[in-house]
Design a protein around this ligand. Structure first.
Ligand code: TRP
Length: 337
């Protein structure tokens, strides 16, 4: 069980199990999570309640949830140092979410760009959960009094609205919530699609340029070979006019730890074809041990269930303290003990 220290800051983050984890999730998020585990109190959830804001196949959602847990662990997030749990296992998320709804303005939610994007993409299912998504996310964060929230650029607005809600609530009732800051990793924050380097590598859309952490080596190599590049021949980092090559350079840099100028020097005069091959091979070797460890863990369901039970238990205990305070502040009656 993770031991938390009062002297350390608290980190909370989560990923929806709405698709399998990608190379982008690893380089942009999970790898950084693993590097934080000694210096912070870290809590990571599998955001299944957020996942159902878009229609999911129930059997697949269940399967992906467990795979995601195994992958968190296989990527180096040690369940003895971090709290790992499934969002729906801790009812306080829904409970605080409701209260926070009453301290969130419709005008604020109307400004959320992700809601606008998603309702355009899922025009047949613009449900209230999709609209309310940022409030549940605020509950995720505020329940644990998180100081820092590692997220991609696309989630920054959601951390900002979380701060606004917390500030409003604290303004009325005193200091109940810690105001969280977004924590955006500087390197490798954004891995783009190999097929369309203009857009982020995406698990949930139909992205033929996406690498999943569990993909087989031959599929990974095929996708790198087909990676969209430009019509020049020079391997140079220029994310404005050479998006495809720049994406490959930053993937290679993130995977090998070499700096971007070093990568440019290493491949000076080399053709795009062999560069793609080298990057593909580096990714295959990076993912191989993670895939094997994920498969090993998935075969040990009893162990995964133990991790989940202990994670939910620890999370629920921290969450109960905050929820108790909130219920008292807003005036919910509790019977005398
Ligand atoms: N909305 C986040 C995403 O799509 C996932 C998420 C849910 C999350 N709850 C969170 C991220 C709390 C950080 C903190 O990536």
């Amino acid at each position: 069980m993770a031991k938390f220290s009062k002297d350390k800051k608290t980190i909370l983050s989560g990923i929806k199990p709405s698709g399998e984890l990608t190379l982008g999730s690893y380089i942009g998020a999970i790898r950084n999570w693993a590097s934080l585990q000694s210096d912070y109190n870290c809590i990571y959830c599998i955001a299944d309640m957020h996942a159902i804001t878009v229609r999911q196949d129930p059997a697949l959602l269940r399967k992906r949830t467990l795979i995601q847990l195994a992958q968190y662990i296989a990527c180096g997030i040690d369940p003895d140092k971090n709290v790992l749990f499934i969002q729906s296992h801790v009812p306080a998320h829904a409970e605080l979410g409701w209260v926070l709804n009453c301290y969130t303005m419709v005008g604020e939610l109307n400004r959320m760009t992700q809601f606008k994007d998603k309702s355009a993409r899922h025009a047949d299912n613009i449900n209230a959960g999709l609209y309310d998504y940022p409030v549940l996310m605020a509950a995720d964060i505020l329940l644990y009094q998180a100081d820092l929230v590692p997220v991609g650029e696309d989630q920054k607005q959601h951390v900002e609205i979380c701060r606004d809600i917390a500030r409003r609530f604290n303004g009325i009732y005193g200091n109940v919530f810690t105001l969280p800051d977004p924590y955006i990793p500087s390197v490798g924050a954004r891995v783009m699609s190999l097929a369309d380097p203009e857009s982020k590598m995406s698990k949930s859309e139909d992205d033929s340029g996406c690498i999943l952490l569990l993909d087989r080596p031959e599929d990974i190599m095929a996708r790198f070979k087909r990676a969209v590049t430009d019509s020049e021949t020079e391997i140079r980092y220029d994310p404005v006019s050479k998006k495809g090559i720049s994406n490959l350079i930053s993937i290679y840099s993130a995977v090998t730890g070499k700096s971007i100028p070093d990568v440019e020097r290493e491949f000076a005069g080399c053709g795009y074809g062999s560069f793609k091959q080298t990057v593909g091979e580096a990714v295959v070797e990076l993912l191989r041990p993670m895939r094997e460890e994920t498969e090993r863990l998935l075969a040990d369901r009893a162990y995964l269930n133990t991790v989940l039970a202990s994670g939910a238990d620890q999370a629920a205990r921290i969450a109960a303290r905050t929820l108790g305070k909130v219920y008292k502040k807003v005036g919910f009656y509790t019977a005398d003990k």
